[in-house]
Design a protein around this ligand. Structure first.
Ligand SMILES: O=P(O)(O)OC[C@H]1O[C@H](OP(=O)(O)O)[C@H](O)[C@@H]1O
Length: 317
């Protein structure tokens, strides 16, 4: 363990790893705040040592979960703000960029919500998977526009984030029907939009989201229900512009089955991928705070935002 890393950063890294803090946007915000704590509480008087501490903290956060690109995008945003030559100046830089980042995130989600809401009509029923705050922003804005929206919510095995979604939509005044994941196809005939979030969007318009999204999208296409992905630009994966692929996180099999039951079954191999990839041909629209895009043209927005690529400022020079 790197002793230079602040206890608060270690706590947040731990909570991201165990998914007490989860959801791509929430992870990014927590990581930015963690770097802020590292900066405000640093006791070093040497600017180079200060920067090195921040990089070490960022690396620890970066290594918690591999798929949601919002995490490295957040770390990059905050670390790139360090331009001063004194420790006090650097501290202010980090505080300022972490605060900017969190404010931008909140604004982006609100703006994205307006765009997504415009796609929803009064009386529409959506089907959703997992728990996404970007999806909530769209539904909430539609409800605020006076539209009546109903939702079919997939429970989302193995961690049942569908329960969080059901409760939050209910609190918004949206009538909810909760179904097991395998019942999705049966109810797609009653659905006007499939509306899901994203952990990463690749340059070719592929959507990386909670495991089960790609099957839902294929079934929705077959049933003629449009598939809308709510993803603020924080979810765009700059590395995919230069040929990198997105790592799919494999989680502990205990999320699916306990050891005792596993032994009773003769110890079969168990796989627990947290995410899957939905090819762009199954996606109708990616809704961002910069407007809605057909998946094939998202790369244009990525080039505008990231140029031709990015570096990893948490790596030691
Ligand atoms: O940023 P927001 O829209 O809140 O969430 C986006 C995505 O993050 C979640 O991942 P996990 O539950 O952390 O594995 C889900 O896959 C969800 O669709």
């Amino acid at each position: 363990m790197d002793e230079r890393v602040h206890a608060e950063v270690r706590r947040i890294a731990d909570e991201i790893g165990t998914m007490e803090i989860r959801g791509a946007a929430a992870i990014a915000e927590a990581a930015a705040r963690a770097l802020r704590s590292q900066a405000t509480d640093s006791e070093t008087t040497d600017p180079e040592a200060f920067k090195s501490e921040l990089r070490a903290a960022a690396r620890m956060l970066y290594e918690t979960r591999p798929t949601a690109v919002s995490l490295p995008n957040a770390l990059r945003y905050v670390l790139r703000g360090m331009s001063s030559t004194t420790v006090e100046g650097l501290r202010q830089d980090v505080v300022q960029s972490a605060d900017d980042f969190c404010a931008r995130l909140e604004r982006a989600q609100a703006d994205l919500g307006q765009v997504g809401a415009n796609r929803l009509r009064d009386g529409d029923t959506i089907m959703t998977h997992c728990h996404s705050t970007d999806v909530f922003a769209c539904v909430e804005a539609a409800v605020e526009q006076g539209k009546h929206i109903e939702a079919i919510v997939k429970e989302t095995r193995p961690r049942l984030q569908g329960h969080i979604t059901a409760e939050a939509l209910h609190e918004m005044g949206v009538p909810v029907t909760l179904i097991v994941d395998s019942a999705a196809r049966r109810y797609l005939n009653d659905v006007d939009h499939v509306l899901v979030g994203a952990d990463a969007i690749a340059a070719d318009g592929s959507v990386i989201n909670k495991i089960g999204t790609s099957g839902l999208a294929v079934n929705a296409r077959d049933r003629g229900a449009p598939i809308m992905v709510a993803a603020q630009t924080l979810k765009l994966h700059p590395g995919t512009m230069t040929g990198h692929t997105v790592d799919i996180e494999m989680r502990d099999t205990e999320e699916i089955i306990d050891d005792e039951t596993l032994a009773e079954l003769g110890n079969p191999t168990v796989k627990n991928p947290a995410f899957d990839v939905t090819p762009p041909r199954y996606v109708d629209a990616i809704v961002t705070e910069r407007g809605q895009f057909p998946p094939e043209s998202i790369v244009i927005l990525m080039r505008e935002l990231f140029g031709e690529g990015t570096t990893e400022p948490w790596a030691e020079p």
